[in-house]
Design a protein around this ligand. Structure first.
Ligand code: DLZ
Ligand code: SF4
Length: 508
């Protein structure tokens, strides 16, 4: 009897464990565009189009390869509307009693599959470099689960950029070389663009009709939507941008949305690219002498370090993780995150490009939109929801640790040893935003002062009980305490006034 082989929209890999386990001669592959996955958050239209187009092309390539694929399009009249619903419908149709799946990347869907009245096998997703049991072994007995130590284990295990047992160049981490401010100009034309073919165009029309009024510009749509294109995008990045990726990875520029970033995270998250092939290409470029060590190490750390670590933290911490709120932040997400006018140029630029591209790089996410939300005390669940909605690479296994943990410190310090907050000085150093801003970054208080400057101290002051004993923050509290009392009072009063205006809907 045939079995159903489930392939989800972010499982588009030929070597998926569920496909490896299947029998091409007798089993049936089930793929479905469903309302539930498309609407459980209001994803950016570009992301929905990317997922649907890549699903359609992957289904076609499986068929070419001889698989019996039952594919449901969103507008099919008998579409059951959810993944479990589609599996039950296909079980009825084929008489199948068993489902083989690769474990979904989200608790919600793992639980929904487990609750189905069909026998279901959820196999490990071994497209990731670290397994869940490997992480549990590593985490056992450790007081803190810092990324750096996990990363070193992954380096040793994979052998990436290793000289025997030692890290290449003698250092594990070259981050201190990767903090150059925004350069004068960029000699990289940006990530590779792909003209929509017939399949993509049909999806764009569908998405326009069904989700066109959600936040985000659908067109121009230029993402890679199949493995061949994703591989070309990777090669293009390695050849033309990687050598300078390290130096400028934290820089931000108003008119350069991509700088030297690869913009391939979504292709990895959907399964079009395997993280190992990405790291192989990066390491090879360094071994060939085309890429400096700080760039190659910095990039590989993002992939085998941060990306893997985030997924492990998500599963290790459990289903409640995305809703944690250690700092008890309750303020609603202000409309400027949805494109309402703001005089803060850095935020305006980061949101504008997010709306247009469904993309912003990690420092824009962490130190502009994330930093502002944390300083203002925005409810981390709303911040998490926003990140899930606006980015092309957003899946809960990565956004929850990234947003709730790293960016908003709402996990109480599982991921970060101190909150990622800064005044305007950091943004000014790393970007060219401040020169075009209504506010003055150099001005610390008073009319026209950069709001980050007072918000930073307000955050430190209101969370003193939690942070003052943190040795990494002692100096900050020392500086605060040395300020004259009336200066501290002015800062707190101005920050409170700003927050009041923000929450009452004033343009800030
Ligand atoms: C993100 C997404 C969207 C928008 N639509 C679908 C879909 O219609 N069908 C599907 O199989 N998967 C979709 N996905 C990806 C899933 O939401 C993803 O597999 C889960 O969130 C687990 O990571
Ligand atoms: Fe952002 Fe402040 Fe700089 Fe304006 S002055 S761009 S608000 S950091």
């Amino acid at each position: 009897m045939s079995r159903l082989i489930l392939v989800l929209g972010d499982q588009l890999s030929e070597n998926l464990s569920a496909l490896r386990e299947a029998d091409k001669g007798s089993d049936v592959v089930v793929m479905a565009e469903v309302r539930e996955e498309a609407t459980y958050v209001q994803h950016h239209p570009k992301k929905i189009a990317l997922v649907f187009a890549a699903m359609r092309k992957f289904a076609a390539s499986l068929r070419e390869d001889g698989w019996d694929v039952r594919y449901t399009e969103l507008d099919d009249t008998d579409n059951a509307g959810s993944i479990p619903g589609e599996l039950l419908r296909r079980a009825d149709e084929t008489g199948a009693k068993e489902v083989i799946a690769t474990e979904p990347g989200e608790w919600r869907l793992i639980e929904a599959l487990s609750d189905m009245p069909l026998k279901i096998h959820q196999l490990a997703d071994d497209r990731f470099i670290a397994s869940r049991s490997e992480f549990e072994d590593w985490a056992k007995g450790r007081k803190s689960l810092r990324m750096e130590y996990f990363y070193r284990e992954q380096r040793k295990k994979t052998g990436y950029m290793m000289d025997g047992d030692e890290p290449a160049g003698g250092q594990w981490n070259y981050d201190h070389d990767n903090r150059q401010p925004a350069p004068e100009d960029i000699d990289f034309g940006g990530p590779m663009h792909f003209t929509p073919d017939e399949t993509v165009e049909a999806v764009l029309e569908l998405v326009e009709a069904r989700f066109g009024n959600w936040f985000g510009e659908l067109r121009p749509f230029w993402f890679a939507t199949d493995r061949g294109q994703a591989r070309r995008a990777l090669t293009h990045f390695v050849k033309h941008a990687l050598p300078k990726f390290g130096d400028y990875q934290d820089a931000m520029m108003g008119d350069e949305r991509f700088l030297y970033h690869s913009v391939i995270s979504a292709y990895m998250n959907l399964g079009l690219l395997d993280p190992r092939e990405v790291c192989d290409a990066v390491e090879q470029s360094w071994r060939d002498g085309d890429t400096p060590i700080n760039a190659a190490e910095g990039y590989i750390r993002q992939v085998i370090g941060w990306r893997e670590y985030m997924r492990q933290i998500y599963f290790h911490e459990g289903p409640d993780y995305p809703r944690r709120n250690a700092l008890n932040h309750q303020r609603a997400l202000p409309p400027l995150y949805w494109g309402a006018e703001t005089k803060m140029h850095c935020l305006s630029k980061a949101v504008e490009q997010t709306r247009d591209e469904a993309y912003a790089h990690h420092i824009q996410r962490l130190m502009v939109t994330g930093n502002f939300a944390l300083l203002c005390g925005i409810d981390p669940a709303e911040v998490e929801d926003w990140y899930m909605r606006v980015y092309f690479d957003a899946f809960e296994w990565v956004t929850a640790p990234n947003t709730v943990g790293m960016s908003q410190f709402a996990d109480g310090g599982v991921i970060a040893s101190k909150p990622y907050v800064s005044s305007g000085t950091y943004i000014d150093k790393m970007s060219d935003y401040c020169g075009d801003c209504h506010y003055s970054v150099k001005q610390k208080t008073g009319e026209g002062a950069c709001p980050f400057n007072v918000l930073y101290w307000h955050f430190m002051d209101r969370h003193r009980d939690r942070f003052e004993k943190n040795p990494r923050m002692a100096q900050i509290y020392g500086t605060w305490d040395r300020m004259k009392p009336d200066k501290r009072e002015t800062i707190v009063a101005e920050a409170e006034d700003f927050l009041k205006r923000l929450s009452s809907g004033d343009t800030v």
